[in-house]
Ligand binder design. Structure first.
Ligand code: CA
Length: 235
């Protein structure tokens, strides 16, 4: 039996059934909610590992559900949105959601997103249990936050200060989709349109230095119109 428990928040019964059937087939435990109030109640009483959250709920906005859950928990939240709700999806990520699925989605996509969250959860667990968390490792990448150095395949990477800041920000949020706004605010303290343009340039140069393996890109995933995510790389 899979030890992960998933909270499925979706008022559309066919979509909810597709998700729960998929979870059942893959031995996940699950609980469901068909509205925001029920979602908040289930999140606090059932202690789920991951939440799938539809943004269009009958009683309240899914964004409000994220805000309420984030008051007391960092549990991974994957939002489900219609293709027309791009801005809602970005707002949800900025409010603290970890990832998103766009309707209509496939069963494979759903399971892939869940696996990313499981890796994120195990990473968070190992970070909190480690006494020394000043070093980050992911695949062949290693960052020493104290020495302010990054290494790839055992060799020091030659990074500019901005590239290093970007790499650290992505690494510290491995598994989570970070929006352009979130990144530019963390790096430059603002988020004007030209910061987003600069971000693309810095991201391109960072990737040239980081994504050198045969199956590149392995580390940084691009979410067009949304942002970027550092993936957990298995060795
Ligand atoms: Ca809905």
């Amino acid at each position: 039996m899979n030890k992960y428990k998933i909270l499925v928040v979706e008022d559309d019964a066919p979509v909810r059934n597709l998700i729960t059937t998929t979870l059942k087939t893959h031995d996940y435990l699950f609980v469901t909610a068909a509205c925001g109030e029920e979602a908040i109640m289930q999140a606090s009483t059932c202690n789920p590992d991951v939440v799938f959250l539809d943004l269009g709920l009958p009683d309240m906005d899914g964004i409000e559900v994220i805000k309420r859950i984030r008051e007391w928990s960092n549990m991974p939240i994957i939002v489900i949105s219609a293709r027309s709700d791009d801005e809602d999806k970005i707002e949800a990520l900025d409010m603290g959601a970890d990832d998103y699925l766009t309707k209509p989605f496939s069963v494979e996509e759903l399971l892939a997103r869940l696996r990313v969250m499981q890796r994120r959860l195990s990473l968070l667990a190992s970070e909190t249990s480690a006494t020394e968390s000043s070093v980050y490792t992911n695949g062949q990448l290693r960052i020493d936050f104290v020495a302010r150095c990054a290494y790839l395949n055992g060799e020091e990477m030659k990074l500019t200060p901005i590239e290093y800041k970007l790499l650290c920000l992505l690494a510290q949020n491995t598994g989570k989709v970070l929006t352009h706004t979130f990144i530019t605010q963390k790096i430059w303290g603002s988020s004007w349109q030209n910061d987003v343009a600069s971000l693309r340039v810095f991201m391109a140069t960072l990737r040239k230095k980081l994504e050198t393996g045969e199956d590149s890109p392995q580390y940084i995933q691009t979410h067009i119109g949304v942002g970027y995510r550092m993936m957990k790389v298995e060795i």
